[in-house]
Design a protein around this ligand. Structure first.
Ligand SMILES: [Zn+2]
Length: 114
């Protein structure tokens, strides 16, 4: 599998995207006692949050579609908008009203959320 197929999502914000669009931490930001500085870690290109990785965008998209099938209204459109909106949000809840304002669509995060 090539690196280009790998897909990343943030541990602490709403950013997600392909591996070739990740940011890199400041080389002075990672300080581990006993190890030299200068290491850079993949991170959200907007806020610097560290990332998780899954094997492919297809796997990510499948999980997003599954959430919509389970009751999250307009979830696929919401997640795609998050990828393309040019910023990240601290939480998905914080992004919902901005998504609604920009697209005119109401989205939910699951069958139980409003
Ligand atoms: Zn971020």
């Amino acid at each position: 599998m090539s690196d280009a197929a790998r897909y990343c999502y943030s541990a602490a914000c709403t950013w997600h995207g392909p591996i070739d669009s990740v940011g890199l931490t400041d080389p002075e930001a990672v300080k581990i006692p006993g190890l030299p500085t200068g290491h850079r870690l993949p991170c959200c290109p907007h806020c610097g949050s560290v990332l998780f990785e899954i094997e492919s965008a297809a796997k990510w998209e499948k999980s997003v579609a599954k959430a919509e099938e389970a009751g999250a209204v307009n979830y696929v459109a919401f997640i795609e908008w998050l990828r393309d909106c040019g910023r990240c949000f601290e939480t998905y809840e914080n992004a919902l009203p901005v998504f609604a304002k920009k697209t005119g669509l109401q989205a939910t995060l699951g069958a139980d959320s409003e």
